[in-house]
Every structure is written in C-alpha cells, then in structure tokens.
Design a protein around this ligand. Structure first.
Ligand code: PRX
Length: 582
C-alpha cells in the first residue's frame, strides 16, 4: 500500500529554523572540513572524544550549563553541569590510572542508567582506554563471552549486578579489578581486586589526566550479533566524534537550547553514539531517564522536562500507539519539536500516527553498530515518505548494489552498501581481521541489509540478508541462543528463528529436538525458557519453543533455519536439495 507523503514543513513557520534548510544542503560531498572547523579539530591529529564532548564547552563558556539531567527510578533528580562532568571524568580517569589501567586497555561497564555510568564512560575515554558498554539486562553468559573475547581488565558494575555474575567471574583470568558503584546497594564485602567507586573517586585528583589520543586511537567497542559464531566486537575510534557531532546537528537537528532525550539503553550503540556523544558534542542538555518503558511515565517525563528533541525506537512507538491516542491528550507535549526513530523498520502507520498525535512526522533514520553513526535520515526540512529511511547524510555514499558490487538502477532491490571512509566507520572486529575484511567488496562496505532507492533518492528498507533476528531493536544472533540451548542436558538440537510480531517486529522462536530419554512436556518447555532467560537475558529469550523429533539440516550438519522459518510462515520450502537424507 502506498502512503501519501507528509508535506515538507514550511521552515519559516517552524519554532526553530532547522540546521539543514533544503535539498541543496544534502548534496555537499565535502562537508567534513567545515564540521572539523566547528569542532575545532581541523588540522589536528590528536583529539579526544571526551574532551570534545565535555571539556570543550567549559573552555568556551558553557561550563555552568546542565549537561546531564537525571531522573531516577524513584523520581529523584540530579543535574550535572559540563564543569562538574569535566571534574568527575578527570577524577575517574585518574582512578583508573591508579589501578594500573593504560591507554588501549579494555574497561567494560555493566550498569543501569545512573550518572556514574556516564562519568565512567567519558573518564575511561579521557585516559585513552577502550570502553565496552554492556546491556544491563544481560545474564552471565553474554557478559562472560564479551569480557573474555575483549580481554577486559576492569569491569565497572554494581554489587547486585556483580552477584548476577557470580558463576562466571572465576572464568576471567584477565579481569584484574571490579569497580563497584554503590548508589543503591552497598557491597557487604569486597573480593580481591574490588574497588569502591566512591572511594576511588574521593582519592583521585581532579586535574586532566596526562594522556593524548589520536584520531585513530580506539575509543568504544560494542558487540554485535552475526549469523554464525559468538557476537563480534565492533571497534570505533575517537575520530567518530566528527560524525556524531554532524549527525546530531543534521539529523537530530540539535540546537543549543534543546532538552534532548534518547530512550536507548547505554549498552547498545544508539545509547552511546546518541545517548552520550552526539548531544554533548553539540553542547545540549540531555535527559537521562533511568526507568524503562511506560506510556504515562514517558509522556509525563516529556512534559516535566520540556523535552524538545526525542530519539526513540519503533517498538516503543508501537507500544505508545497501543496505549492509545487519548492518553497523549492528558499531557502537554507541545515542547516536542523533532522526533526521530531508529533500530528497526518504522511502519508507515507509526509515522502517520505520530503526525496525528504529536502534529509532526516521526523521522526514521538508518545506521548500525558498524557504521557508528547515522548514515541515512529523514531531515526536518523535507517531505517524509512514510516507510522510507530517508536520504544519505551529507558527505557519505550509501548505495544499492548487486552481488558483483555494481550499483543497481533505482527501485531495484539489492544489498545496502556504503563507500568506506565516513568518519565514524568501525575500524576492526576485535581480534578478527578476516571477518572485518569479509565485510568489504569492490570498494563497498556491505551492511547485511537489503534495500532499494527510489528515483528521488529516498532509501527503503527491505530486510536482512542473514538470519540475525531484530527483536524490539535488539539484534539477536541465533547461534548464541542455540548454543545456550545446547548447554541444557535435555537438548539434542536447537534452531532459532525470528517470528514476525506486531509489536516487537520479531520475537525469538526456538525449535528443539530432545535427547531420547526426555519427553516434550510443558514443564520441560517452561524449564528451558527459564534456563535461557537466566543465562542470556529476557530480551533475547525465546517467546516460543516448539519441540520437533529432529531438525532439518544440510549434509554437513548445519541446521537450516531458512526451512524452519518457511515452515513457521507457511511459505514454500524452496530448495531442499542440500537437506540431510535420513
Ligand atoms: O537491519 C538494520 C536494522 O538494525 C540493524 C542495525 O542494528 P544495530 O547494529 O544493533 O544498530 C542499532 C542502532 C542503529 C540494521 O542493519 N535497522 C536499523 N535502523 C533501521 C533498521 N531497519 C530498518 N529501518 C531502520 N531505520
């Protein structure tokens, strides 16, 4: 079904003139020199993401401006100015250095959205160490895999989350210290190598650490899922600050007086690139809302803090739609002037719903962990075509290509690819050069998404080229879930697929074949659900488990998820010639 375009707004009538004013602003092939001048990094090889995002504003007279406005789960609020963040992050960098952490070491953080998390991330960056944020809903297994693979030496967490890891901490020989944030729960006792956050901070000096980082020094790593094997660590560099700043300005349309709210969890890339870096590089006050989703609670937060720019995700928007239009009228949401969404396809209905209840289009944009920042976006000045991801970020070149790496004509479906060289491009998969190289072909970075581009240059998402599941914006590697199943004594084989879902886009569904001496009972199904949930996380745990006598496999023994999915959807089974003969 075709949805009519949401007309271009009259920019002269907008509350605030957008940073990009028209199509002409999108076509510049070389916007980066000007952006570098604005950021003050032109001609410099050495700069540091944390200094640009925090210290720079103190040097430019914005030290007293609130950077972080925190609303805790219990409704309590705290505000931190750029100057306070400068001091705190300096101290944290010294505290880490005092533990022997050096440039390039991996420091991971496993905590909820508390102010200490933001201080830790930017303090780690100031020291030139690599920060690895972890989703706080993870169970022990994903945490162990990521700490092991990265060789992390320090873990920052809370006493209650540390308790969740009690079974795996002994498996991490490289982990030397655990820094405990004791905001809510105090540690009853300290294990060897444990450090109390508050004590370390109190003892640390507040002057800047004596480290310099270059553009190409590693800054952040995020693990992301693939079809096979364990998640891989996509590594980013300080240079990404340039694109975080630029896209914050162009796609999120950040202006100095904005109150900005990004709802993404800080354990995923949206939570760091746009829940930390982009707003602060733009000198904007950002709301950090500790609690999770709740329609009334979210609207009330927008009203209370007078949020002007809101960056959220399709699943959340669909949940708000489900909560109904009426509830939106109970709140004064008139402060909102720009709404953006990322992470999954945004249904045209959601864009139109936003237009009805918030009186403005919801602006979809596209990017991924590896791209580090937004690459395709709907901009405030332009007409929105509901269902489209928008147009390329100035200075970047996404394209639709065929298998040989040739660009395809408009409207043809192909691989979504990007010409390498955009500032925030990932620079490595940690310890996996071969996999990194395999993502490039004929002068393109291959994203793993299928898409098409219409004659006017709008990009449209079609699907993924692999078996990775996108549930509520979280990418789930089926292999990781299948491996967890295999650890249960009753399981002989497991195959995991994404099953379409009206709210979460996809939910995880598992097909399980049991060992001979186990019966496929409801009790066992519940036990398996609990088992996966406690090991991985509720977010990636299967919503459904179906027992089968055996699973379809290739002759080489690989489970054919494609067939499981086709069966689930009632589609033709396609080519089954490689099916195992029984
Ligand atoms: O498949 C695309 C989907 O999410 C993937 C990236 O996920 P991740 O690396 O976790 O990064 C999340 C932060 C952006 C993409 O390869 N995706 C992302 N944005 C969209 C999308 N699918 C459709 N429309 C989007 N706007």
């Amino acid at each position: 079904m075709n949805y009519s375009e949401i007309a271009k707004p009259k920019t002269k009538e907008m509350q605030v003139a957008p940073n990009l004013l028209g199509e002409g602003d999108l076509t510049s092939k070389t916007p980066w020199p000007e952006i570098e001048r604005e950021l003050g990094v032109d001609g410099r090889d050495s700069f540091n993401l944390a200094q640009l995002a925090i210290d720079r504003h103190c040097e430019n007279g914005w030290g007293d401006k609130v950077a972080l406005l925190w609303e805790g789960k219990d409704g309590g609020e705290e505000a931190y100015t750029f100057e306070q963040l400068r001091t705190l992050t300096n101290k944290f960098a010294h505290a880490l250095a005092g533990l022997g952490v050096q440039k390039g070491d991996r420091v991971f953080i496993f905590a909820g959205r508390v102010p200490e998390l933001y201080v830790s991330v930017f303090g780690t960056l100031k020291l030139g160490a690599i920060i690895g944020p972890l989703f706080s809903a993870f169970g022990p297994d994903p945490v162990r895999d990521r700490l092991l693979d990265s060789g992390a030496e320090v873990l920052i967490t809370t006493p209650d989350l540390k308790a969740r890891l009690s079974t795996i901490l002994k498996d991490l020989p490289q982990l030397r210290h655990t820094i405990l944030i004791e905001r809510e729960v105090k540690a009853a006792e300290l294990d060897q190598g444990d450090v109390r956050y508050e004590q370390a901070m109190a003892a640390a000096p507040s002057d800047p650490p004596d480290t310099t980082t270059s553009r190409e020094d590693y800054s952040i790593m995020h693990y992301t899922s693939g079809t096979t094997g364990k998640p891989k660590g996509a590594v980013h560099v300080h240079n990404a600050a340039i694109q975080h700043y630029a896209t914050g300005k162009w796609a999120l349309d950040l202006h100095p007086d904005d109150i900005y709210w990004c709802t993404a969890d800080p354990g995923w890339v949206t939570g760091t690139s746009y829940g930390m870096s982009a707003p602060w590089l733009n000198g904007v006050t950002q709301l950090i809302y500790e609690s999770g989703f709740g329609a009334s609670a979210w609207y009330s937060a927008i009203q209370k803090h007078r949020v002007t720019v809101w960056y959220t995700a399709p699943t959340a928007i669909r949940m708000l739609m489900k909560a109904g239009d009426e509830i939106t009228q109970k709140y004064n949401l008139s402060s909102l002037r720009h709404i953006c969404s990322v992470g999954e396809p945004l249904n045209p209905e959601a864009v139109l719903w936003g237009h009805r209840v918030f009186h403005q289009a919801i602006h979809d944009n596209w990017w991924q962990t590896e791209t580090g920042a937004i690459l395709i976006a709907n901009y405030p000045f332009m007409a929105v075509r509901p269902g489209s991801m928008g147009k390329p970020i100035p200075g970047t070149t996404p394209g639709i290509i065929d298998e040989a790496g040739n660009e395809m004509p408009h409207d043809a479906e192909g691989d979504l690819a990007v010409r390498p060289g955009w500032p925030s491009m990932f620079r490595a998969y940690w310890n996996n050069e071969a996999l990194y190289r395999s993502r490039f072909n004929n002068g393109w970075y291959i994203t793993g998404d299928r898409a098409r581009k219409d004659k006017d240059g709008y990009f449209w998402f079609v699907g993924r080229t692999d078996d990775v599941i996108n549930t509520a914006g979280h990418l789930v590697g089926p292999f990781e879930v299948e491996s967890a199943f295999m650890e249960h004594p009753a399981v002989a084989e497991a195959g995991v697929i994404g099953k379409p879902d009206p709210l979460a886009m996809e939910v995880v569904k598992a097909f399980v074949a049991l060992k001979g001496n186990y019966e496929p009972t409801d009790n066992l199904r519940r036990e398996l659900m609990r088992f996966i949930r406690s090991r991985l996380s509720a977010a990636v745990a299967p919503r459904e488990i179906e027992f089968l006598p055996s699973l379809p496999k290739t002759r080489s023994g690989k489970i054919m998820r494609r067939l499981l999915k086709a069966k689930e959807l009632g589609l033709p089974l396609g080519d089954t010639s490689t099916l195992e003969e029984d």
